[in-house]
Design a protein around this ligand. Structure first.
Ligand code: ZN
Length: 465
């Protein structure tokens, strides 16, 4: 950043908004898994949309590059500056602007933590159905810019499907006001969709209008021991048919995952006496009348030997304990040691065959590597990870090689290399192999039109030419 731009930004934002203190910036430059480390001397903290717009006017004038950051919980390095770009942190913009029970919608500043938005919806008797492990720290602007997924996609869809409107600051500092809460608006190009999942490369999301839903009156959570993925999917079909599609979450846990979680996470225990190759967590919500239907469906699944054992939570504490088994998976994996991680999706019905084929392919490339496959079985989205064998010095050096093996099988199955984590820097080069030339060309055309100087989150998402 040149001295003149720094002075103008300093004058605009004052000491609260223009940060040069390395100690204050440091936590924003390291992601929680420690895979990526960013570098910048300047962090900007706008207090409003108008200030964000003024920042971009100044930066646009001389081509100063910026990287927007939400809660710094991204897993693909999209939120970090790697080449001294100015980091923009939205934590001062955290207002819940409005909750409207009449239209079942809410408008929230980009810097608000997701959990605060959830609580505001809940206080109004409504549901914001986006839920992910990092919800206490991830921000509304971050989940929209990355089109986050999470555990309720099965019922409600990705974040994209919850967005009614957006407010966006463009690369040149213009404010694009798309902050409508209409349920129907069929007036040509739906511009807001461009910015959802764009990872800050097309504009800076400063506020979001979310669609809200009726808050379920009752919720029922079961943990099942299942012999295989096919049996698990058959249970899901039965639950959906019996409840009229009321399943919120259907999550897969492997035996190895159960071992890691019970070993590393305090106060977590295996709910079953006998080990099982796989487990699923299944949750339905709606009216209290679902209880009997749900219990009967699970009983018939046990009878049909689609499951070998099952527990249904009878209290909120029990429900939390069952969810902890699933939600602690990433942390337990991290505590066990380094691992290769892949966030992939294939058609829901093909997952058993995919797991088999991809596991074999990786075992051939790296004998002794241990798969840990968990995640959102109901969405076809698997966190297809592998623990690095102990004592092997292949960590990181072989990341791309192992990933290439997994992604080749993903492509065979017509799947995607990124189901919910995005592209960031981690998957940029892989994106070039996953999109058609026509798709890549159109993506570049859109980027050039909206950010001709390439000052918005440069080096992210789009592959090099
Ligand atoms: Zn996930």
């Amino acid at each position: 950043m040149n001295a003149d731009t720094a002075t103008r930004l300093k004058n605009l934002l004052g000491p609260k908004g223009f940060i040069e203190d390395a100690a204050e910036i440091a936590p924003h430059l390291c992601e929680w898994r420690g895979k990526y480390h960013g570098r910048t001397a300047v962090m900007l903290r706008p207090a409003s949309t108008a200030e964000t717009a003024a920042i971009m006017k100044i930066c646009h004038a001389d081509g100063t590059k910026v990287v927007p950051q939400g809660g710094n919980t991204g897993l693909v390095g999209g939120q970090l500056p790697f080449a001294d770009e100015a980091l923009i942190d939205f934590s001062r913009m955290h207002r819940i602007r409005a909750v409207d029970a009449g239209t079942a919608s809410m408008i929230v500043d980009a810097g608000a933590p997701l959990a605060e938005a959830q609580q505001a919806a809940d206080a109004a008797g409504l549901l914001l159905p986006v839920s992910l492990a990092s919800e206490g720290s991830c921000t509304v602007g971050g989940i929209v810019s990355t089109n986050a997924g999470g555990v309720n996609v099965l019922r409600y869809g990705m974040v994209r499907e919850q967005v009614l409107g957006l407010e966006v600051v463009l690369a040149d500092g213009r404010i694009l006001d798309l902050l409508r809460t209409l349920r129907k608006d069929n007036t040509g190009y739906d511009l807001k969709q461009l910015f959802i999942g764009a990872e800050g490369t097309l504009g800076l999301v400063t506020a979001v209008a979310f669609k809200l839903y009726p808050k379920p009156q009752a919720r029922f959570t079961a943990f099942l021991a299942v012999p295989g993925v096919k049996a698990a999917l058959a249970i899901l079909s039965r639950v959906q048919a019996a409840t009229g599609g009321m399943a919120d979450a259907f999550e897969l846990v492997p035996r190895y995952g159960m071992d890691l979680v019970t070993r590393h996470i305090p106060d977590v225990k295996d709910p079953f006496a006998a080990p099982s190759p796989w487990y699923v967590l299944c949750e339905v919500s709606g009216t209290p009348m679902l209880k009997d239907v749900f219990e009967d469906t699970l009983a018939s699944a046990l009878e049909a030997e689609l499951a070998s054992d099952a527990v249904i939570a009878t209290s909120e504490a029990q429900r939390a304990a069952l969810w902890r088994l699933r939600e602690s998976m990433s942390e337990a994996e991290k505590l066990e040691g380094p691992s290769f991680k892949h966030d992939v999706a294939v058609p829901v019905g093909d997952q058993a065959e995919f797991i088999d084929a991809a596991t074999k392919a990786v075992a051939k490339a790296e004998p002794g590597i241990k798969p840990i496959v968990f995640g959102h079985l109901g969405d076809g989205n698997l966190h297809f990870n592998f623990m690095v064998p102990q004592g092997r010095e292949l960590w990181l050096e072989r990341w791309d090689e192992i990933a290439a093996v997994v992604y080749a099988v993903v492509r065979e199955f017509g799947g995607t290399i990124s189901a919910e984590h995005g592209i960031g820097v981690m998957k940029r080069s892989e994106l070039a192999r996953s999109k058609t030339p026509e798709e890549l060309e159109l993506m570049r055309t859109v980027k050039d039109a909206l950010d001709p100087q390439n000052i918005l989150n440069p080096g992210k998402l789009l592959p090099d030419d």
